[in-house]
Design a protein around this ligand. Structure first.
Ligand SMILES: *Cc1c(COP(=O)(O)O)cnc(C)c1O
Length: 399
């Protein structure tokens, strides 16, 4: 998964070009920057790479979600549907904009279950956010069709799946928006950073202005100020060093994915020998970013038994049913409505509506996640690491 594995001379060279001008800010400084616009160049390269018409760089993947939600005009009392298996950032952004996260079950793709999505749409639903968790796609074509039927926009949280595709089309370009994260553990990283992509020019303008206090960058692409302000905004600007590193990392992304696919195939072949094993449904194996490898056992007892053997052999897998950051029943601060705000915001909206989350609300996801084991797939799998994992999986197969 992590782009930090391949951090090298290319990233340093790109960053040095920024240090040479001393201009760390993405806008203005016309003379001094000598034509160096790294964030703008990164946006153009990312749009071209994914095939999107527009890209807006921001400070994080969480900010990308927030900016996309703002661009769609989402606010207090609106409902936004996402899945119960995701990173907390997805619903943090929904809450931060004032909306209410509604969670669906996940299916064999480990992503949004379209049948459950249908059941959770109400007249308050303003946006649907499927998440392409662990590098592989949600049933985005089906989800988009359901959303279209109800006239609801879709934001694809593609934080974990940069470079993944279905039939050659990049994830993040099926919905109205795709959002990406370049944090420290993502496939391509800029340390911190994010990107919003869209084919809709008006949506992009909203993102561009909102992320920079309302400044219009359509009229004056490399500058700001002077022009009229259409609405209030905030500050989610990416800085030049991040843009520079992003350019170097983006150039390595397809190579990283190719290595991960090779390494994942090695692990899958070994895991296939485990009694009763099945695999996560990958909608397009060729387009899989292969950042993670997920396999299932028939029940949680067998999964625990297999994982114990893997742990004993120094190759323990992640069970997201036990992990506290990515799965609904473990988010106690959300379930209990804990907030710093003295008036209970955002769980109590003007004392009118108290949102209650039931830890038992997603039984199908719980059943599935507890019997699912996951390995992060390294870009560089050393021989010794590979041998350790293969020995462990062989031991598990011998159970
Ligand atoms: C990492 C991540 C985010 C948030 O990205 P940051 O850049 O860390 O803010 C959002 N959604 C998912 C699914 C993620 O994994």
């Amino acid at each position: 998964m992590p782009g930090f594995e391949v951090f090298g001379e290319e990233e340093k060279q790109q960053a040095l070009e920024v240090f040479a001008t001393g201009v760390l800010f993405r806008y203005e400084f016309g003379e001094q920057r000598k034509g160096v616009y790294k964030v703008r160049e990164f946006e153009q390269a990312f749009a071209q790479y994914t095939g999107a018409a527009h890209a807006q760089a921001v400070t994080s993947g969480t900010a990308a979600l927030k900016v996309a939600l703002a661009a769609l005009g989402v606010s207090i009392g609106d409902e936004v549907i996402t899945q119960g298996f995701t990173f907390v950032a997805t619903w943090e952004a929904i809450l931060d904009i004032g909306a209410i996260p509604v969670f669906t079950e996940v299916d064999q793709t480990l992503n949004m279950d379209p049948a459950d999505l249908e059941k959770k749409i109400t007249d308050k639903t303003k946006v649907i956010i499927p998440v392409h968790m662990l590098g592989a796609p949600a049933r985005i074509v089906e989800i988009k069709a359901i959303a279209d039927k109800h006239g609801i926009p879709v934001i694809e949280d593609t934080a974990q799946a940069a470079g993944a595709r279905i039939d050659g089309q990049h994830l993040g370009t099926f919905g109205d928006f795709g959002t990406f994260s370049f944090d420290s553990v993502k496939t391509m990283t800029t340390g911190e950073g994010g990107m919003v992509i869209t084919n809709n020019k008006e949506f992009w303008r909203n993102c561009s202005e909102y992320h920079d206090h309302g400044h219009d960058h359509a009229v004056n692409p490399s500058g700001r100020g002077g022009e009229g302000r259409r609405f209030i905004g905030f500050n989610y600007r990416m800085m030049e060093l991040q843009g520079a590193i992003g350019l170097a990392q983006l150039a390595k992304l397809d190579g990283m994915i190719a290595s991960q696919q090779k390494n994942k195939a090695i692990l899958k072949e070994a895991a296939a020998k485990i009694t009763g094993v099945s695999f996560r449904e990958i909608l397009d194996e060729q387009g899989d970013s292969a950042t993670f490898f997920a396999f299932m056992l028939p029940d949680k007892e067998q999964a625990a038994k297999v994982n114990q053997v893997l742990r004993n052999n120094n190759a323990g897998a992640i069970n997201f049913g036990e992990n506290s950051w990515h799965f609904y029943p473990s988010w106690e601060h959300l379930l209990e409505g804990k907030t710093l705000a003295q008036n209970g915001w955002p769980f109590e909206v003007h004392n009118k509506r108290r949102v209650i989350y039931d830890p038992e609300a997603l039984p199908a996801s719980v059943e599935l996640m507890r019997r699912t084991l996951v390995y992060q797939v390294p870009v560089n799998l050393s021989e010794s690491q590979r041998d350790t994992m293969l020995v462990a999986l062989a031991q598990a197969a011998g159970l």
